[in-house]
Design a protein around this ligand. Structure first.
Ligand SMILES: CC(C)[C@H](C(=O)O)[C@@H](O)C(=O)O
Ligand code: SF4
Length: 464
């Protein structure tokens, strides 16, 4: 019987299989950052072990870094970053520190360097490792004890998974982006809907997407509770990879493309579950609540919890609205924000910045609103500057920053104050995610830019 993309990559990496035990998988690439690696290195030291394959391990500084020039002033953040530096030096791991041209959010730099390739296994102590699945890699977020296991052995025992196809037919309407698509998928299947599954996104709408857009989708698979998200590699993938620092070259490139082309799910393979979505019916999507599944088209209104039949969902909605300070029935377009954040590993790549710049060009951020534009990596920043995007944002009154996770989460100086409300291109709208008491609406880059101009949740079509 045929196999799915995920099954093919999995099978090719099994080092040991035994009845009643999880498969032991070989790991091709291990990404590290400052938050989830310190205890793992401590564990190695305690047991006198080394890093098995430092050449397959790479680290960056992203979560705790300030996005304005200058040293890290917060002592906890500084310790995390200094610890990563010491660990990488001691164990011989390549690190891209603040100020380095290849520094950036871990899920932005892997693909950018050409380290993320079709058919490989990738792990990182970070849930959004699913991003790399956009290349047809099997990429999982892992916990700190697993980080230690991979550092020591370059392998990982993994529980079996189920497969779910998310087939998106048709083409996306104007101003409807990959972000809207994935928010709609999560609203449909729920934040637990992907549990135990590796999702494979397929269909006409997915094939038409750029690599950046595919990464946005795979990035948020974890917000549906999935183990990983994947997209079969194709010409778009190969074109993105060719010529990148770690991509194969010459004859190796041709051989790699031949092998990568075999990875797609076989016609006679079956998925454990399938969801079909019509791209033509999608619209710009925004969240109103405190999990990424609580989203609606921008043209809708804040839901009325009393009308929700499922009790758990109803109490969840009541609690979310209380936290968000929203009244049922309020048109989403009438919600005003204090802050707009464009960035993160979901939407901090060059294409995202271009899309936001295109909308804001020649316009101005509304008085009283602050807009932060934070490139996902130092190279994205340089590329954007070479295209003059920094000037477009600054002329509009936005803040142009250095690369990092920034306001995606409250681990660095970029935070919301209690009660402040943001339109954010990141991936999580949990209580306190962007700062204690902060309220987050997840949006696409073009919705973020239009919202900055009007001061209320808006799409580019709302601008005159
Ligand atoms: C800090 C890190 C462990 C965390 C994650 O696993 O995703 C962070 O990146 C996030 O987005 O919440
Ligand atoms: S940008 Fe946000 S989601 Fe991505 S790794 Fe950083 S904190 Fe996590």
């Amino acid at each position: 019987m045929g196999r799915t993309l995920a099954e093919k990559v999995w099978d090719a990496h099994v080092v040991r299989r035994a009845e009643g035990e999880p498969d032991l998988l070989y790991i091709d690439l291990h990404l590290l950052h400052e938050v989830t690696s310190p205890q793992a290195f401590d564990g190695l030291r305690l047991t006198g072990r080394t890093v098995r394959r430092p050449d397959l391990t790479i680290a960056t500084e992203d979560h705790n870094v300030p996005t304005e020039p200058g040293p890290i002033t917060d002592p906890v953040s500084r310790t995390q970053v200094e610890t990563l530096r010491r660990n990488c030096a001691e164990f011989g791991v390549r690190l891209h520190p603040m100020g380095d041209v290849d520094q950036g959010i871990v899920h932005v730099i892997g693909p950018q360097l050409g380290l993320t390739q079709p058919g490989v296994t990738i792990v990182c102590g970070d849930s959004h490792t699913s991003t790399h699945g956009a290349f047809g890699a099997l990429a999982f977020g892992i916990g700190t004890s697993e980080v230690e296991h991979v550092l020591a052995t370059q392998t990982l025992p993994l529980k079996p998974f189920q497969t779910m196809a998310i087939t998106v037919e048709g083409t996306l309407p104007d101003d409807v982006t990959a972000k809207d698509l994935i928010l709609a998928v999560i609203a449909r299947i729920g934040t637990g809907g992907g549990q135990g599954y590796v999702l494979e996104y397929r269909g006409e709408a997915i094939r038409a997407l750029s690599m950046e857009a595919r990464m946005t989708i795979c990035n948020m698979s974890i917000e549906a509770g999935a183990r990983a998200g994947m997209i079969a590699p194709d010409e778009t993938t190969f074109e993105y990879l060719q010529g990148r620092p770690h991509a194969p070259s010459g004859q190796d490139w041709d051989d790699a493309v031949t092998a990568w082309s075999q990875l797609a799910t076989d016609d006679d393979a079956t998925f454990d579950h399938e969801v079909v979505i019509d791209a033509r019916e999608l619209a710009p999507f925004v969240t109103w609540g405190t999990n990424p599944g609580q989203g609606l088209p921008l043209s809708a209104s804040v839901p009325e919890p009393a009308l929700i039949v499922d009790e758990q969902e109803r109490t969840g909605a009541e609690r979310a609205l209380a936290y968000m300070g929203l009244e049922p029935g309020t048109p989403l377009r009438d919600i005003s924000v204090d802050t707009v954040f464009v960035g993160s590993c979901t939407n901090g790549r060059i294409e995202d910045l271009r899309a936001a710049a295109e909308v804001i060009k020649g316009r101005h951020v509304k008085d009283g609103v602050r807009m932060l534009v934070v490139p996902g990596s130092a190279r994205v920043r340089l590329q954007a500057e070479s295209e003059g995007l920094d000037q477009v944002f600054e002329a509009a009154g936005a803040d142009w920053r250095l690369a990092g996770c920034s306001m995606c989460l409250g681990m660095n100086p970029d935070q919301l104050a209690p009660g402040e409300r943001s339109a954010s291109t990141s991936n999580r709208n949990f209580e306190g995610r962007q700062g204690k008491g902060g309220r987050t609406h997840l949006v696409s880059p073009v919705v973020a830019a239009a919202t900055a101009v009007r001061g209320t949740l808006s799409s580019p079509a709302d601008l005159d």
